[in-house]
Design a protein around this ligand. Structure first.
Ligand SMILES: [Fe+2]
Length: 222
């Protein structure tokens, strides 16, 4: 029987004094994108033209949030930055000994992206959701400062099973700034708080699927 890549059984006898098994712990990561002032000025121009040309593209459950996709000229700059960060993120978990595949040798064409633009009008919000069925997701803020936080939740937290004082399982709130990139596992629940400002909150959200096996789906059979 082939080993299940999700099986994290360890040789406990090999652990000298104390070991750690990772199960529910989840991280999200952030980074400021270099030269974001120039990048954002260009993206903003393209997004405004996009929004004007296709004003009727709506996101169903989120009144006041316009959503649309176009191949923006500067998207590759952002995509390449995300790929570099994902390689660093995976290196971190590999170094911790978790069941995480290294990405360092992975060619760019094995990172499949989908992305879309969100324009939240003042007063609008995006209800709690996840981006299941992808590996990693993220959001990049083009106009984010003072436009409302994004909050991440664990399922135990939402079920009110997390006691204050535990080192994990709480919620985490991020106040966005222009140029901020957030990357998180696609399963992680999150919501975008109401935009309390008088300007639009403008960001690009994305999902990433990594072709770990060079063309095949990862097996879940035991
Ligand atoms: Fe989202």
């Amino acid at each position: 029987m082939e080993a299940n890549p999700r099986d994290q059984k360890k040789g406990y006898k090999d652990v000298p004094k104390m070991g750690r098994g990772a199960l529910l712990h989840t991280d999200f990561w952030w980074s400021m994108v270099p030269d974001h002032e120039t990048l954002n000025a260009d993206l903003l121009q393209e997004i405004r033209a996009h929004h004007e040309a296709e004003p009727d593209v709506l996101s169903g459950n989120n009144p006041g949030c316009w959503r649309g996709h176009r191949n923006y000229e500067n998207w590759p700059q952002l995509r390449d930055f995300v790929i570099r960060k994902l390689k660093i993120i995976h290196r971190h978990y590999v170094s911790l000994g978790t069941s995480c595949a290294p990405l360092d040798e992975m060619q760019d064409d094995r990172f499949e992206f989908e992305y879309w633009t969100n324009v939240n009008e003042p007063g609008s919000r995006n209800i709690i959701h996840s981006h299941a069925k992808w590996h990693w997701s993220g959001v990049y803020y083009i106009q984010g400062m003072d436009t409302g936080a994004i909050e991440f939740y664990s399922v135990p937290y939402l079920n009110q099973h997390v006691t204050l004082g535990l080192p994990f399982g709480q919620s985490f709130t991020v106040e966005p700034v222009d140029g901020l990139l957030l990357i998180f596992p696609s399963y992680l629940l999150h919501e975008a708080h109401r935009n309390p400002s008088d300007k639009q909150r403008i960001n690009i959200a994305f999902n990433v699927r990594i072709d770990f096996e060079g063309g095949g789906e990862q097996t879940t059979d035991t």
